[in-house]
Design a binder for this molecule. Structure first.
Ligand SMILES: [Zn+2]
Length: 373
């Protein structure tokens, strides 16, 4: 055998070994993951787990996320006694009830009329001063009243329906207030023409400036949320649940449509909880999509997942059935991809419907206990 043939045989052996490795079942790869600091559940107090006569940390769970409207002193005390962190979810731009008494806060569409809620997802005009005050006051109240470890913004984006395979994202808000504020803050003068013509101009020739201004409006809300945390409970973390798309998915809709400028928001946010609900978002057979989106986010924001980094990525991953079901056989792969660097924490969506599917809950607990350092 010549040296050349030996080298070829050796190469083939290496390739075969690599193929074998990649074909091993996922559970063979699950091991302690000390970089994962947060093993969480989203959706309220898991009373069904508390009945198991084990503490949540013994079950591998060290963090609970709950809606700020569900917080009570008793619930927070109960969870703290268990030794878990408690984070609140806070609805920013999606309190539809507000419109009953304040119809002038409804987003205006390209025709100059009130824009119907896409798939029922009602947003609010981001420059309505009364609505902003209302949300800021409530944010401050939650932080003052409850000993929470952090608070996560939710629905912090424009009037749109995107938590699905085919999003519906109408262009808004072209109300007089938004148009005036745009001109004032960008020092531009719009022509005296009907709103529908202005909307065409802002979606055409002036698009770049309009998109950036809208992003800046939403970022300025985040700046104020941060200031409130610093003044009321400075040790609390500020997180955000956000759309899992990259900057090029859906033609750049993250900025162009949803008005989410992740880099700008990173000045104020501590934790980015990207929402890669693989089944819901048209990737039911592809849990790897979770780690691909997380890897993109890390690259985009310069986050590696090393200890000491100010910014963190903790994805919220889908285990409950919503739109598409998630089979129990997929639980491990979903959590595996959700806990790969640059992610340093993970939480599962969502307890309210998941707790009935005890086989999936058991698989979650098994994974959490396995990766627990
Ligand atoms: Zn408006």
């Amino acid at each position: 055998m010549t040296g050349h043939q030996i080298r070829i045989l050796f190469s083939l052996a290496v390739i075969s070994a690599m193929t074998l490795l990649s074909l091993q079942p996922v559970d063979a790869q699950v091991e302690k993951r000390p970089h994962v600091k947060i093993r969480g559940i989203y959706g309220g107090t898991p009373t069904q787990l508390l009945e198991q006569k084990k503490t949540l940390p013994e079950l591998g769970v060290n963090t609970i996320f709950m809606g700020s409207g569900s917080l009570t002193q008793e619930r927070v005390a109960l969870l703290k006694k268990q030794g878990v962190k408690v984070f609140a979810e806070f609805n920013t731009m999606h309190v539809a009830n507000y419109l009953k008494k304040h119809p002038d806060a409804a987003p205006v569409g390209v025709d100059g009329k009130i824009c119907p809620a896409p798939h029922g997802w009602q947003g609010i005009c981001p420059t309505h001063p009364g609505y902003r005050q209302y949300r800021m006051d409530d944010f401050r109240r939650v932080l003052k009243e409850f000993e929470i470890d952090g608070i996560w913004l939710d629905y912090h984006h424009s009037h749109a329906s995107w938590e699905r395979a085919e999003p519906d994202m109408p262009d808004t808000c072209f109300c007089d207030r938004c148009l005036k504020q745009f001109q004032r803050e960008t020092k531009t003068k719009l022509p005296d023409v009907p709103t529908s013509e202005l909307a065409n101009l802002l979606r055409g020739k002036r698009k770049k400036m309009w998109v950036q201004w809208r992003c800046d409006v939403f970022t300025d809300w985040v700046r104020e949320f941060r200031a409130i945390i610093n003044a009321t409970r400075p040790q609390a973390l500020l997180g955000t649940f956000h759309c899992p798309w990259t900057d090029t998915d859906f033609n750049g809709a993250l900025r162009n449509k949803l008005a989410i400028d992740l880099k700008a928001q990173a000045q104020y946010v501590d934790v980015f909880s990207i929402m890669p609900y693989h089944a819901r978002f048209n990737h039911p057979k592809d849990p790897e999509w979770i780690s691909r989106q997380t890897a993109w986010l890390g690259k985009h924001l310069g986050i590696q997942g090393q200890s000491g980094e100010r910014l963190k990525i903790w994805p919220i991953v889908q285990l409950s059935d919503w739109g598409e079901s998630v089979p129990v056989s997929q639980v491990e792969a979903v959590l595996d991809h959700g806990t790969r660097l640059p992610a340093t924490g993970v939480m599962v969506f969502r307890w309210g419907s998941l707790h009935q599917q005890t086989d999936k809950v058991d698989a979650m607990i098994q994974f959490y206990r396995t990766i627990k350092p």
